[in-house]
Design a protein around this ligand. Structure first.
Ligand code: FES
Length: 895
């Protein structure tokens, strides 16, 4: 970027072109008050506290562009007095408590620096507040109407929930809806809390008034969020072993000072009275607290007995996408080296295994192709089968920010998800028809010459086969299959096809289908046809990973057919490398996938199952059958925070640490390794998953080595060339490093395939897979299609978010249905309904509205008691066994 050099108080300083004088002044190390400014927001220039003299005139530094050769005076008596006057005028309207001893926040900091004391605050107060919201409180007396909160809500979060009301000195922030804050459109991202300079908007409790820029450095622990796969960097503030606040890190590489209601506020689960603090052992049908030695001895005896009775393959483990890389690494090592089986899998089986298979087949590696920073610079976003505004809110906010700055947006999703409201084109395909939709888009790209012929010639294969297939996917035929109007399909293809740097972002709406892998590959076709992957002409194909470390769990080899780094377990050379590092044989036969583990248990072939941090009895499909499997398995061991549905039926329950209490690393959705650090100790006798795996191995007489998480990552780096440049020490120094990272002295590859694809022939592979219908289809008995997904305040089975203030924000499990269907089936808004599928029954509360199209209903799976996953089927992706969560035929009746 070109630079501009200006002179600040006689010293030259260079800043990027387009910078303000405030940026230049700060770059020169001069501290100026700037009460209406936040460098994440557009400047307002309203408070006049940042005045400087430049070129013979007085100017507000925040709204004055830095021009070459400008001479800025910040120290002159006149401007210093004007700044002080401006601050004093603002302070004079506030009550004295605004500057009481020890007041946190930016205004108090400014006043202390200027020697302005509480006596300057002479306001009468009495304007009242709003404490209706669990996480965001408003004290109107402290509002200086700087508008930062309003701009944060609109420009960064994209929610537009706040406004300024009143006139002159009575101007104050308020929810745009006019009523109490709790009933507003606020999504509790905490952005307004974080930017407020006075504490007028704050979070309740001990962190009142704390913001990420103005809290003591020494009291914080930098870690990575343990909710979704975005990978937000967070600073955890703790006191006496308790978390008092979680603040978004301004230098977080993905979140850049932003967060969402989960990462920022939902940590109350830590101290829930339901938290498990001692091991539990089932005796006479009842789970009873026992000591660790007894629990570990029981697990070790049980695993040995299972191996003795049925061989190593009668034992299986479900590792955890919530756990660290180091924990996942140790789990798979334990299963392979200690038990002697490849029966280890993780929940990517249930979400993005089609991404791993599809992206590997198309490009060579299983991760997304580009960094999110690049995606967020794209001029056209194609967002498919994802609702990032609710499921990945920080990504949703950054994508929306890009769209508000002019990028084109195509949303392909049956529902009117948040981003769809801002889309140039919203494609609403029938669930299960993605492949036809993507082929229709590809047909138009080819028909209208919107492809990159040189790229296709030099870097891709499969064009003739795909061209032949696409003849049958005319817009009109695709309309018949998908329900998407042909004109919309053509408009979307032209928008994507004519963009200079298009990017594809997608979610589980692409993968969780009978033909999910075909969906990923057909979607990848679009980027290949456009030459928008591995080039500077686009930003590829990027899956939004669901869980915090689902990418890492697979990277670490918690998969039945792949070792750490995705080497095939069936390949003798790959096994030999692992055997050399681990010092023991690695079994050659691929192990069981999660659904196959349950089938084996029901058949009596699985004698022991260790479930680490997954509530499979609530979140896996067709849970009635899952329950049968767990009940049939002689030994079920469960690592858990709470007595989940799965733990409730286990034989041994080991209490474990949460993400706020452990050491290690996560890999986020754009392949960045980031550190996880313990901010507080785990409660009671709870241990990390890392310690429990080592302890069980020790109880079986095996030293797994790797005494610390750092040692486990070091061992993995020694085993996997793509991770060879990674270590805890490096991550401590650099913050985030993407893989592949083969060299400790060089950066990782944020953007993949710039020289060649990682396929055996070095080319991108177009896929010519025909559209095939979904596994379940509605009929007269089950006329509606159920789609499941996440809602903004909760996360997966809700075990953490339901045990925090988030429950007050979203207390009821709702079924969304269209008014036409509500009328047809006699359902009223707010009424309890029974939802029945061919597999089971659930009870929910109806919410009637038009976000969900006619013929479809939508609900989350955050409230296991509702039984939503009793409804879903065991139909699964033909390549990876990923369940078809997104298409279940149901009927709805009032109950
Ligand atoms: Fe410059 Fe407010 S910060 S006018």
């Amino acid at each position: 970027m070109n630079g501009v050099t200006v002179e600040v108080d006689g010293t030259g300083v260079a800043v990027p072109e387009g910078s303000s004088l405030l940026t230049a002044v700060r770059a020169a190390g001069v501290e100026l008050p700037a009460l209406c400014s936040d460098d994440r927001l557009s400047p307002a220039g309203s408070c006049r506290t940042c005045l400087v003299r430049v070129g013979g005139r007085v100017a507000a530094a925040c709204v004055t562009p830095a021009s070459p050769g400008m001479r800025v005076d910040t120290v002159g008596e006149e401007v210093a007095r004007l700044r002080r006057d401006a601050v004093e005028v603002i302070v004079s309207a506030l009550p004295p408590r605004a500057l009481a001893d020890g007041s946190p926040g930016e205004l108090a900091h400014v006043c202390r620096a200027m020697g302005i004391g509480p006596e300057a605050a002479r306001g009468a107060g009495g304007r009242g507040g709003d404490e209706s919201h669990p996480y965001v409180h408003l004290d109107r007396d402290l509002c200086i109407a700087c508008g930062r909160c309003v701009r944060m809500c609109s420009e960064v979060q994209g929610t537009f929930a706040l406004t300024l009301v009143g006139r002159g000195g009575d101007t104050v922030v308020a929810p745009g809806t006019g009523g109490p804050w709790a009933e507003s459109d606020c999504v509790a991202c905490g952005g307004c809390v974080d930017t407020c300079p006075t504490g007028a908007i704050s979070q309740p409790g001990p962190a009142r008034g704390l913001t990420s820029a103005f809290h003591p450095q020494e009291a914080r622990t930098r870690t990575t969020c343990g909710y979704c796969g975005v990978g937000c960097a967070l600073d955890v503030i703790a006191h006496d072993g308790e978390v008092t606040a979680v603040l978004p890190a301004r230098d977080g590489p993905v979140n850049r000072g932003h967060a969402c209601v989960k990462g920022r506020f939902s940590h109350g689960f830590r101290t829930s009275p339901e938290r498990l603090t001692r091991p539990l052992l089932r005796r006479d049908g009842v789970l009873e607290p026992v000591g660790w030695d007894e629990a570990l001895a029981h697990v070790a005896r049980g695993l040995r007995a299972a191996v003795d009775a049925g061989g190593p393959d009668s034992v299986a483990a479900i590792s955890s996408a919530r756990a660290t890389n180091e924990e996942n690494y140790l789990v798979q090592k334990f299963m392979r080296v200690v038990v002697g089986t490849n029966n280890v899998d993780n929940c990517s089986r249930l979400c993005h295994s089609p991404s791993a298979a599809g992206l590997t087949a198309s490009f060579g590696l299983s991760g997304g192709t580009d960094s999110f920073d690049d995606v967020a610079r794209s001029d056209c976003l194609l967002v498919v089968g994802a609702n990032p505004v609710e499921a990945h809110p920080v990504v949703g906010a950054r994508l929306l920010e890009r769209v508000l700055h002019g990028a084109g947006l195509i949303v392909a999703d049956p529902r009117a998800v948040g981003l769809a409201l801002h889309a140039d084109v919203h494609l609403r395909p029938r669930p299960g028809t993605n492949v036809a939709l993507f082929h229709g888009l590809a047909h138009v790209l080819l028909a209208e010459g919107l492809t990159d012929e040189a790229f296709l010639r030099e870097r891709a294969t499969g064009l003739p086969e795909l061209t032949e297939l696409l003849v049958d996917y005319t817009p009109d035929r695709v309309t018949d299959i998908t329900g998407v109007p042909a004109a919309d399909l053509v408009a979307a293809a032209r928008l994507y096809g004519r963009a200079e740097r298009p990017a594809i972002v997608y979610g589980l709406g692409v993968t969780e289908h009978l033909h999910g892998t075909d969906g990923v590959r057909s979607l990848a076709n679009l980027a290949i046809l456009r030459g928008a992957v591995g080039t500077d002409r686009g930003h590829g194909v990027n899956p939004l990973r669901g869980q915090n470390n689902v990418q890492g769990a697979s990277d670490m080899g918690a998969l039945p057919d792949l070792l750490p780094g995705y080497g095939k377990v069936a390949d003798p050379a790959v096994r030999a490398r692992a055997e050399a590092v681990w010092g023991g044989p690695v079994p050659a036969r691929p192990g069981l996938r999660i659904p196959d583990m349950f089938a084996a248990a029901r058949a009596g072939d699985l004698r022991a199952l260790w479930v680490i941090g997954e509530d499979v009895r609530a979140t896996d499909p067709d849970t009635t059958r899952v329950a049968e499997a767990l009940d049939a398995c002689p030994l079920v061991v469960c690592n858990e925070l709470f007595l989940s549905e799965t733990a409730r039926h286990a034989d041994v329950v080991l209490p474990v640490a949460s993400w706020l209490e452990k050491d290690g690393t996560f890999v986020n959705f754009d392949r960045r390794f980031q550190r996880v650090r313990p901010a507080v100790p785990p409660p009671g006798e709870a241990r990390t998953d890392f310690d429990t795996v080592r302890a069980v191995a020790a109880a079986m007489g095996v030293d797994l080595r790797c005494p610390r998480p750092a040692d486990a990552l070091a061992e993995c780096a020694a085993l996997v060339p793509a991770f060879a440049g990674l270590s805890h020490g490096r991550l401590d120094r650099e913050g985030a490093v993407p893989w592949p990272c083969p060299d400790p002295g060089r950066p990782g590859e944020a953007k993949l395939y710039t020289e060649r694809f990682a396929t055996p022939d070095g080319r991108a592979h177009l896929a010519a897979a025909p559209y095939l219908p979904p596994g379940e289809r509605p009929d007269d008995a089950y006329p509606l299609v159920l789609v499941t997904g996440r809602r903004w305040a909760h996360y997966n089975s809700g075990s953490m978010t339901r045990r925090s203030g988030n429950l007050a924000l979203d207390p009821v499990d709702l079924l969304d249905l269209h008014p036409d269907d509500a009328g047809r089936y006699g359902v009223r808004d707010g009424e309890r309904v029974t939802v029945e599928s061919r597999h089971g029954r659930a009870r929910l509360v109806a919410r009637v509205g038009d976000r969900t199209p006619p013929g479809q209903v939508f609900c989350s799976f955050h409230f296991p008691a509702s039984g939503v996953n009793r409804l879903t089927s065991d139909v699964a992706d033909t390549v990876t066994s990923c369940p078809e969560y997104k298409v279940t035929a149901v009927r709805v009746t009032p109950s």
